[in-house]
Design a protein around this ligand. Structure first.
Ligand code: TXA
Ligand code: MG
Length: 370
């Protein structure tokens, strides 16, 4: 408590705005008292990072243009990339969205609280700074108890991107957040490692047919079971510099480790880690012995290196792979890896969402064998 008092929010604001002084970032627990401290920081215009079921978010007051400005500054993020507004009560959508189609209501009923973000036309209450100038707003009701408690205690609709520096892998632990944000934000609520590990599915309900703008834990099949036909933004299926993704954030290089990440896959069947893939990776390790390999327990012992990061026991358990992916990419940096080779991870229910992140982290660099 003392720490917080001696570092009050007018100071926080000043320091963040001036951009060069650092502030003392509190590391808080999930206790209601600690969340109360975080809620005060939010209410007075400061920034707080908090756990959600997907990744850690960097929260500020979603109805304050000034707070949104601070979020962009802390992340080093382009301000045309809109923020997701987090709510704790389904009825709050009425306050933020200008119209709510029946299909949107059906999805909220089925998947909230949970890892689904819904894009709807915005009301003028939501500042353009929060939505990157768009006429639509992204809304999500997270299921993590600490996130819900923070929204409820603060009474704030929390605008929150992932709590990483722009371009770095999203944070899945409070430690990751501290690496990127210490000295720039008021507090981090430590909720331990998150459950899912990749960001929410984003679905737009602003057009004729609901469209997935970012794949995630809630799959196309799960959405279609509730509302019928769902499209996928064509820019996600085949990256093409001439097709602009509908979610502005999907156009930026993302999640990148500092080294060069390349995916190695079999041209006949990308899902199989064939002898061709293993031979190719081993020949590249021979050229660059510093190379780090992203693999699973199934094939880890086939590589002639001990610079191995395991994403799980096998490729089929995609929820384990998803939960370890971003920590693995950060680990590559800790290991000082200049070259990183990854197997293909398209197997399992979350394979599509995992490959979406992995391909962008690799800048779409893929070697196909033989
Ligand atoms: O799981 C998540 O969604 C996490 C946690 C913290 O909730 N948040 C998150 O936020 O991933 P962020 O800012 O890292 O990603 C938000 C994505 C960006 O690609 C952004 O362009 C897109 O959502 N987005 C936000 N508002 C949008 C809008 N009105 N229309 C289209 N895309 C939008
Ligand atoms: Mg992000």
């Amino acid at each position: 408590m003392e720490d917080y008092n001696s570092n009050n929010n007018s100071n926080n604001n000043l320091n963040i705005n001036s951009g060069n002084e650092t502030i003392n970032t509190l590391l808080l627990s999930q206790s209601p008292e600690d969340i109360g401290i975080a809620a005060e920081i939010l209410k007075s215009g400061g920034l707080v990072a908090f756990p959600t079921e997907t990744v850690y978010g960097l929260g500020g007051d979603g109805l304050s243009a000034e707070a949104a400005g601070k979020i962009y500054a802390a992340k080093g993020r382009p301000s045309d990339n809109p923020l997701i507004v987090h709510i704790a009560d389904v009825s709050d959508v009425e306050k933020l969205a200008a119209s709510i189609p029946d299909k949107a209501r059906a999805l909220m009923e089925a998947f909230w609280p949970g890892p689904l973000t819904i894009i709807l036309p915005k009301k003028s209450l939501v500042p353009d700074t929060t939505t990157g100038g768009l006429a639509t707003v992204a809304i999500r009701m997270p299921s993590h108890p600490a996130a819900l408690e923070l929204i409820r205690q603060s009474g704030v609709y929390i605008a929150a991107p992932s709590a990483n520096t722009s371009g770095r892998p999203s944070p899945t632990t409070a430690q990751h957040v501290m690496e990127d944000m210490a000295g720039r934000i008021g507090a981090v609520i430590d909720g331990g490692p998150v459950g899912i590990g990749i960001e929410s599915t984003i679905v737009s309900l602003t057009g004729d047919i609901p469209t997935i703008l970012r794949p995630g834990f809630i799959t196309k099949q799960m959405l279609e079971a509730i509302i019928g036909q769902v499209h996928i933004d064509p820019a996600l299926i085949k990256p093409d510099p001439n097709i602009r993704p509908q979610a502005p954030g999907m156009k930026y290089t993302h999640y990148s480790p500092k080294g060069q990440l390349t995916i190695v896959e079999d041209s006949n069947n990308p899902e199989i880690i064939s002898q061709n893939v293993i031979d190719k990776i081993n020949s590249l390790i021979e050229q660059n012995p510093d190379t780090v390999v992203l693999t699973t327990g199934q094939t880890a012992d086939k590589y002639n290196t001990d610079r191995i990061i395991l994403l799980g026991e096998d490729h089929q358990k995609s929820s384990t792979v998803a939960s370890r992916l971003y920590a693995a990419l950060r680990k590559c940096d800790e290991m000082g890896a200049q070259y990183i080779l990854s197997e293909n991870f398209s197997q399992g229910e979350l394979g599509g969402a995992i490959m979406n992140r992995l391909l962008r982290a690799a800048g779409h660099k893929v070697i196909r064998t033989p």
